[in-house]
Ligand binder design. Structure first.
Ligand SMILES: NC(=O)c1ccc[n+]([C@@H]2O[C@H](COP(=O)([O-])OP(=O)(O)OC[C@H]3O[C@@H](n4cnc5c(N)ncnc54)[C@H](OP(=O)(O)O)[C@@H]3O)[C@@H](O)[C@H]2O)c1
Length: 271
């Protein structure tokens, strides 16, 4: 039997789109999660915590390829460290990592930079752990997923006046397309840092919020909020964008229409 592919974060927004694509490609799949759960036929779930390293040895045992999608706002370098320390002696032959566009371009010089945009710093540090692991590796940087942008604008819209960090733009991308590319990379040879994956269009955050308000038939005054610090300045200059890599196909407008109608369908259906 072929060695299973381990998907860390296989229960998250991205990972749960990676898992069925690997299955469709004929792979045995193992998912690492902090919680015990059932994920369906042919998917083994191993419980472990990358923040502490607990349960990671059995998760990587016998795995040929690891697709590392587990992540959070903080401490991804620690998670990557625990993963590679277990994966190296286990003989993993390819580690595929998902990072973020701008990981290397958003400075982390001040306390404010780290407090507000430390996510980019933790992704860069995790990239370095992967690249320095001695394991054959591939890292893909993607822009923000539509789901994250949707969450952001829906949270901003809950406030009576929506504060919008001034000058920040996004080039959101469909998580399904990122999953598709990760699977392609996982089934191919280790390739190091591969070209970025970004969505088809760049938007001001304020415009994304306005689109959401229109789609949900709401009105809110927007309050532009100047954000100090070098990280915010880099973001205003487009550090999180990849205009040359606008290869995503699905548009934000398509995603928004689908998400809003599926939420409306759910709220209309009897409990
Ligand atoms: N969201 C974006 O816009 C975006 C853009 C570019 C790159 N990325 C990167 O893509 C990856 C996936 O993002 P996502 O949006 O899918 O994240 P998500 O929906 O928040 O899911 C996070 C996943 O990480 C797992 N996880 C978190 N902490 C863990 C720990 N200590 N030990 C083991 N597993 C842990 C969770 O598993 P359990 O809860 O089951 O344990 C969950 O499956 C992340 O590395 C993120 O940085 C995201």
């Amino acid at each position: 039997m072929a060695a299973p592919v381990l998907v860390t974060g296989g229960t998250g927004t991205l990972g749960r789109l990676v898992v069925p694509r690997l299955r469709a490609a004929g792979c045995e799949v193992r998912v690492l999660s902090r919680r015990r759960r059932e994920l369906g036929e042919g998917i083994e779930v191993v419980t472990g915590d990358l923040a502490t390293g607990e349960g990671i040895d059995p998760a990587v045992a016998g795995a040929g390829v690891v697709v590392h999608c587990a992540g959070s706002r903080k401490g991804d370098e620690v998670k990557a460290g625990h993963l590679v320390r277990a994966a190296s002696p286990a003989g993993v032959r390819h580690l595929v990592f998902i990072s973020v566009v701008g990981a290397d371009r958003v400075p982390q010089t001040g306390r404010l930079d780290r407090a507000m945009f430390g996510y980019f710093g933790t992704k860069l540090a995790a990239e370095r752990v992967v690249a320095g692991s001695g394991l054959p590796w591939t890292t893909l940087r993607a822009t923000q997923f539509f789901d994250l942008v949707f969450l952001t604008v829906s949270q901003l819209a809950r406030l009576p006046v929506a504060p919008v960090p001034a000058g920040i733009r996004f080039q959101p991308v469909d998580a399904g397309e990122v999953a598709e590319r990760l699977v392609e990379l996982a089934l191919g040879p280790p390739s190091g840092l591969v070209p970025d994956l970004a969505g088809p269009r760049i938007y001001e955050l304020a415009d994304l919020l306005r689109g959401y308000l229109r789609a949900t038939h709401r009105r809110r005054p927007l309050l532009p909020l100047p954000v100090p610090g070098r990280a915010a300045r880099a973001l205003r200059a487009g550090a999180n964008l990849a205009p040359d890599r606008a290869v995503g196909r699905r548009t934000w407008e398509e995603f928004l229409a689908d998400r809003v109608s599926s939420l409306a369908g759910k709220s209309a259906s009897p409990a």
